[in-house]
Design a binder for this molecule. Structure first.
Ligand code: MG
Length: 381
């Protein structure tokens, strides 16, 4: 039995993780859960999985929760509480299913406590990738990717050295606006942006899928997770989203990973690795498959990709700035303060004025993050 913590258990990846744990009860025991503020869902999950440790965003939520759960459940609060929770002796692996920069502190804390990581959050690794990978090496911790593309690259690499890699094809479904004309982008509604054709996910990542910033963040994520140069990574539009990414080796051989478009598949593998466990999830029926399509991304429609390549070449604090300016701008779009086209425009402006620091400490990264958020909010007015 592997004892796991699921951070962000009320979100889309969190719930899918619990579905995997539910279907493989003899393999995984959920010992810790965290949510932001959805304590109703958390209470249901506590009743089902009986974790000993939980975390919520603030004292008020903790107080409300305390009334409904027994004394054997220890309740933590806030980001500091989460950083404390992940160190607990019982926990063997931590699923990071929280979205946004808020995962960085708890992630570093879990790595330093020697916990293996299943990483669904991409923002933390984008912000502080080199530092996180260094810490994981020092503490002999495995970082197992959950993001479907990173899981695909990891599986396609099959443990081979990056020196053997000619290129990586990072595939993208193209998101909900792939076929929409550029002149319609300015007026596009939040509802349309949130209607993703292939994946059902949280709001932040769905907006990122519409701007293709999600792919930009994944470019940075892949660079750091697999120690690849930016010039080796090519983004490839593949609307069917069956090939989750591919690795081309020096001899021209390409390994691809295919599976149904269901996040429970990469989640399960990140938890069960190196074992491959049976499940009842859908497979791919090749007899019913007609065609697979591929295309170059349209950089005029999706300038976020160019911005991400820029940040990937600049490195230092620039990826953190890209991420922070984007996160704030996505919020501003969801709160109707800016239109869709303004999201990448603001990210671009913030990146242009940023004074990059080359070998940043954690403090440098955090202050670049805070600065970029302020700039992005200021530019939205
Ligand atoms: Mg992905």
């Amino acid at each position: 039995m592997k004892k796991i913590a699921v951070l962000g258990s009320s979100g889309s990846i969190g719930q899918s993780t619990l579905a995997v744990a539910r279907s493989l009860k003899h393999k995984f025991k959920v010992v810790a859960l965290s949510v932001n503020s959805d304590i109703v869902k958390l209470k249901q999950q506590i009743d089902e999985f009986h974790p000993r440790l939980v975390c919520v965003k603030d004292k008020q939520c903790a107080y409300k929760l305390r009334a409904g759960v027994g004394p054997s459940v220890k309740i933590f609060c806030g980001q500091d509480g989460l950083s404390e929770l992940v160190k607990d002796k019982q926990i063997e692996q931590v699923m990071f299913a929280i979205s946004g920069a808020a995962a960085l502190g708890p992630l570093i804390s879990a790595i330093c406590a020697g916990k293996d990581i299943a990483l669904a959050n991409k923002e933390a690794i984008v912000m502080a990738g080199p530092m996180i990978m260094r810490l994981a090496e020092i503490h002999k911790v495995k970082i197992l990717p959950v993001d479907s593309e990173q899981s695909a690259i990891w599986q396609s690499l099959g443990g081979q050295s990056q020196a053997n890699v000619r290129r990586v094809y990072l595939t993208a479904s193209g998101g909900p606006l792939r076929t929409l004309a550029l002149n319609k982008f300015k007026q596009v509604s939040i509802e349309k942006v949130l209607r993703h054709p292939r994946w059902r996910m949280g709001k932040k990542i769905t907006v990122d899928s519409a701007t293709l910033m999600n792919k930009g963040l994944e470019l940075l994520e892949a660079m750091f997770l697999f120690n690849l140069g930016v010039e080796k990574i090519k983004i490839l539009i593949h609307p069917e989203a069956l090939i989750h990414s591919m690795v081309e080796f020096n001899d021209g051989v390409i390994m691809a990973q295919l599976s149904a478009t269901d996040m429970r598949i990469p989640i399960q593998y990140a938890l069960s690795y190196p074992e491959r466990l049976e499940n009842s999830l859908a497979g791919i029926d090749f007899y019913r498959l007609d065609k697979l399509h591929f295309a170059k991304p349209d950089l005029k429609k999706f300038p976020s990709i160019t911005l991400a390549y820029q940040a990937a070449r600049d490195l230092g604090t620039m990826p953190a700035v890209l991420n922070a300016a984007n996160e704030e701008s996505v919020n501003n779009f969801l709160n109707k303060r800016i239109d869709f086209l303004t999201i990448p425009k603001i990210v671009d402006k913030v990146m242009r004025v940023h004074q990059k620091k080359a070998e940043p400490s954690l403090e440098d990264i955090m202050s670049a993050d805070a600065w970029a958020r302020e700039e992005a909010v200021r530019l939205a007015h």
